[in-house]
Design a binder for this molecule. Structure first.
Ligand code: GDP
Ligand code: MG
Length: 171
């Protein structure tokens, strides 16, 4: 069975946990103190979903304003994007909407978009409620999940849902 390659990029504000999600998915580890991403970094990971093998080629971008202009290099030609926010920081959810607008304007039209509300382990500090984020994601036809790179909740599931939603794959 051929390996299905999937170019995917992560977008979202600095500090929401993009690199931590990638580390959890690729290496199943978590670090309190990750070096902040400069520009973008690349990792690959195989995932088997219902007997189909996917090779995720993951571009993890830096959220800082100074690198924002570089983002199109990574999301153009990507089949899937994960737009991450931090459930404890409302402004990071507003940024999701800006990223989605930008993707709809410049991305490929059939791109699979997933919205991930990360740090769901910090329930006491929550600022973004699940229902609002779910409704927003439904409206734009995106996958929605709340993740924790710390506890690993929903991280591999996020990539599995993306794999299942890719076009031309019968899984
Ligand atoms: P990025 O700038 O979006 O790549 O964010 P990082 O992955 O560098 O994470 C920023 C900070 O948030 C780091 O101190 C991480 O340890 C922390 N962090 C990331 N994910 C989680 C999570 O799911 N839960 C908690 N509690 N902290 C997290
Ligand atoms: Mg990072």
């Amino acid at each position: 069975m051929a390996v299905r390659e999937v170019k995917l990029c992560l977008l979202g504000d600095s500090g929401v946990g993009k690199s931590s999600i990638v580390m959890r998915f690729v290496k199943d580890t978590f670090k309190e103190q990750l070096e902040s991403t400069i520009g973008a970094s690349f990792m690959a990971k195989r995932l088997v979903v219902n007997d189909n093998t996917f090779l995720f080629q993951i571009w993890d971008t830096a959220g800082q304003e100074k690198y924002r202009a570089l983002a199109p290099m990574y999301y153009r030609g990507a089949e899937a994007a994960i737009v991450v926010y931090d459930v404890t920081r409302e402004p990071s959810f507003d940024s999701v909407k800006d990223w989605v607008k930008e993707l709809k304007r410049n991305g490929v039209s059939d791109m699979v978009i997933a919205i991930a509300g990360n740090k769901c382990d910090l329930e006491d500090l929550r600022e973004v409620n699940t229902k609002d984020a779910q409704e927003y994601s439904d409206n734009i036809g995106a996958i929605f999940t709340e993740t924790s790179a710390l506890t690993a909740v929903n991280v591999s599931e996020l990539f599995t849902s993306i794999a299942k939603k890719l076009p031309d794959v019968d899984v």
